[in-house]
Design a protein around this ligand. Sequence first.
Ligand code: NAP
Length: 307
Amino acid sequence: MHNVVIIGSGCAGNTAAVYAARASLKPLVISGHEPGGQLSLTTLVENFPGFPEGINGPDLVENIKKQAQNFGAEYMHGTVDEADLSKRPFRLNVDGTWIETRTLIVASGASARWLGLESEQKLIGHGVSSCATCDGFFYRDKQIMVVGGGDSAMEEANFLTRFGRQVTLVHRRDQFRASKIMLDRVKANPKIKMLLNTVVEEIHDVTKGVVTGARLRNTATGEVSEVEVDGFFLAIGHEPNTKVFRGQLDLDPDGYIVSHGGARTNITGVFHAGDVQDRTYRQAITAAGAGCMAAIEVERFLEAEGH
Ligand code: NAP
């Protein structure tokens, strides 16, 4: 029987583990299908306080993990396939093994959607990014491409014009999900060029290990073109990792956990931390703060119950 199980080993989960382990709760962290979370997909993180020269995303998240382990946190590889939160102790099926816990912190994050191209996956962190706030800075005076037709794509395209020489917005249709005001801003921005009814067929150049361009296809005319690109940003949505909690935790229509104040969910003893609940900020520092909050709530909860 565990005092606390933390699902997810990104910034939120690992920070929750530091706090819970330091409070002698011996937390068990289930690493999940993307160990290290979104930080493991990025390169230099320049806006995490305390690192004036910046720190590599994978190093940052690994350091927090080591810090948690130094205080006695345990890590288990695997993903939660099933969860029974109907009564306490809560039961989790991790790759076929059932484990029991008095409390649970869900820090399973939200995964960025990708196009699914092999070249895209190979170039993540080498010109392909799903976070303009994190990586836009690296493309000063460069050619930037943003894919998507929602508010995120509009916001990122606008934001990236602060850095890039030109931003090309590529969208697969000629109708937008984005709100009118966001779309109007993009249309009014002289540094943004729009390519509609256009899909990305390939990102170059895997052999060089860095993004140099993309092959595009116009779905209306069938015309194929090659364009130069230095920074390739996906803004085609995120999916919170909450499938196993459907019908148990309160989720919004997109699957994000609905907070019941602080780090609380609708189920007593189950807490949330990080992007699995936060669709607005999605930053390493806010996820770390949320992990801290969840662990403090767990500590107080267990103490009140006499554990
Ligand atoms: P979204 O609204 O779901 O838009 C996703 C976009 O990506 C759509 O245009 C979609 O195209 C496209 N897309 C999806 N899969 C694709 C694929 N495989 N290939 C090419 N294109 C693909 O997601 P979002 O923009 O991240 O926004 C999510 C929510 O957050 C929305 O409610 C949004 O309003 C909100 N948000 C608000 C703000 C703000 O107000 N400041 C900023 C960001 C986000 P189709 O249209 O063809 O399906």
